[in-house]
Design a protein around this ligand. Structure first.
Ligand code: ZN
Length: 159
């Protein structure tokens, strides 16, 4: 049995924060604003996994009103979600995703993101696709005010 899930996230860019995407620190003068580390890609992936498993969304499971998640490392939250779906008898078959950012360039960081996320999830880097897109300078993302991410996840039964 297979189950598919979709995830989306967006965070504003702001000065005085580290930019962390896909569990990787990216050199940039601005970072993403959020209660946790605001890792937009990991949040989209988590929501896709939760959606595929028919569970509540990331905001319900890890509320931003909970001080426990202040500046939380989002890969730790992902690790927790993986354990949860394993308990339900699922495993990740593959992940496809987009990072939509006008700047900085994501491409140089993508191989490392795949390795980091594959390790956290317990799959191979070739089971994860991460594509870098821009917004062609259109809208808030295109103006460099925010970064977005989409993810699709396929779950299979772990047996
Ligand atoms: Zn988020």
């Amino acid at each position: 049995m297979y189950r598919v899930g979709i995830g989306y996230d967006i965070h504003r860019l702001t000065k005085g924060r580290d930019l962390i995407i896909g569990g990787v620190k990216i050199t940039n003068e601005k970072g993403l604003l959020g209660h946790s580390d605001a890792d937009v890609l990991v949040h989209a992936v988590i929501d896709a996994i939760l959606g595929a498993a028919g569970l509540d969304d990331i905001g319900t499971i890890f509320p931003d009103t909970d001080p426990k998640y202040k500046n939380a490392d989002s890969t730790k939250l992902l690790e927790q979600v993986i354990k949860e779906i394993q308990n339900l008898g699922y495993k990740i078959e593959n992940i496809d995703s987009n990072i939509i950012a006008q700047t900085p360039k994501m491409m140089p960081y993508i191989p490392k993101m795949k390795v980091v996320l594959a390790k956290v999830i317990g799959i191979l880097p070739n089971q994860i696709s991460i594509k870098a897109k821009t917004k062609e300078k259109l809208d808030a993302v295109g103006e460099g005010l925010a970064i977005e991410a989409n993810a699709v996840v396929l779950l299979g039964s772990a047996e």
